[in-house]
Design a protein around this ligand. Structure first.
Ligand SMILES: Nc1ncnc2c1ncn2[C@@H]1O[C@H](COP(=O)(O)OP(=O)(O)OP(=O)(O)O)[C@@H](O)[C@H]1O
Ligand SMILES: [Mg+2]
Length: 264
């Protein structure tokens, strides 16, 4: 059956805010719930790819050129680089180390900001996927502009810290500017990750976020949990690594909130 594909970008210029972790875990939860999910790794760090594949496979994706960078550089349908993960309903287009040069490639192209949308069009129009989730690098350059132009929704994972909030202001400005180029893009919400409920700063941050106007803040936040790191060390989403862990439940809750929002 043909599906109407929704493309969700996970982006925040603040490094280490939980983009790759949130993207991989939400992707897994959606796939487990029966949605067909394609994940797209657009970061040279290849963290999304490492979330599902062993290091040697990820290095091979990079060296072989069978990755998103080649699709962008040569304007090839990225569908030819789709890899099935070991999980049902869950596939991935890997990144490669050369994604570090994607900014340069994109500036040289006509309508360069729409390149990613063009190379993902085949996957979108195939009607095979319910969701395409894109993991972004911690920048606000041409690659992230491309991600914004390809997406229907933006999800901003943030950490409750002073610099996390500073980065959020930049991200929200960038979102407002990119909407001029992709008016269909909407802000799905802000999701707090790596939360430490014992800290006053965390509680203050939640209060601050809740007061932002016209911005959806996920009620579910993801608390710090070492199971997340052990799962990543094992190239697995946390719910596959430790089904009953606290964070597995939190990601399931967050995905539920996300579905309610996109299905409104
Ligand atoms: N709930 C959690 N509990 C413990 N550690 C976490 C949790 N979520 C993320 N981390 C860790 O925090 C670090 C940053 O997370 P992640 O890599 O997802 O952020 P990112 O925004 O993708 O980073 P980058 O900007 O480098 O792409 C990682 O080492 C990850 O293992
Ligand atoms: Mg990342």
């Amino acid at each position: 059956m043909r599906k109407e594909t929704k493309i969700i970008a996970f982006a925040n210029n603040k490094g280490g805010s939980g983009k790759s972790t949130t993207c991989s875990n939400i992707g897994y939860v959606l796939a487990e719930s029966g949605y067909n999910v394609l994940m797209v790794d657009a970061d040279m760090q290849q963290n999304l790819s490492l979330s599902f594949f062993e290091e040697e496979d990820v290095l091979a994706f990079s060296e072989s050129g069978e990755n998103l960078f080649t699709a962008i550089k040569e304007e090839r349908d990225a569908s030819s680089f789709i890899r099935k993960t070991k999980y049902k309903n869950l596939s991935l287009i890997p990144s490669g180390i050369l994604m570090s040069g994607a900014e340069f490639e994109l500036y040289g192209k006509k309508e360069g900001e729409k390149t990613l949308a063009r190379v993902l069009e085949g996957a979108r129009k195939s009607g095979e996927y319910d969701f395409i989730l894109i993991d972004s690098p911690p920048t606000l350059g041409m690659v992230v502009l491309n991600i914004m132009c390809a997406a229907d929704y933006l999800l901003i994972p943030i950490e409750a810290s002073p610099w996390g909030l500073f980065g959020l202001a930049n991200m929200l400005d960038f979102f407002a500017k990119t909407k001029e180029q992709n008016p269909a893009l909407s802000l799905l919400g802000i999701a707090v990750t790596k939360a430490d409920e014992r800290k006053t700063y965390f509680r203050q941050t939640m209060e601050f976020l809740e007061e932002l106007e016209n911005v959806n803040v996920f009620k579910t936040y993801i608390r710090i949990d070492s199971a997340v790191e052990w799962a990543q060390d094992n190239s697995q989403p946390v719910a596959a690594y430790k089904k009953n862990s606290r964070s597995a439940k939190e990601y399931a809750e967050m995905a539920k909130e996300m579905l309610e929002y996109v299905n409104r």
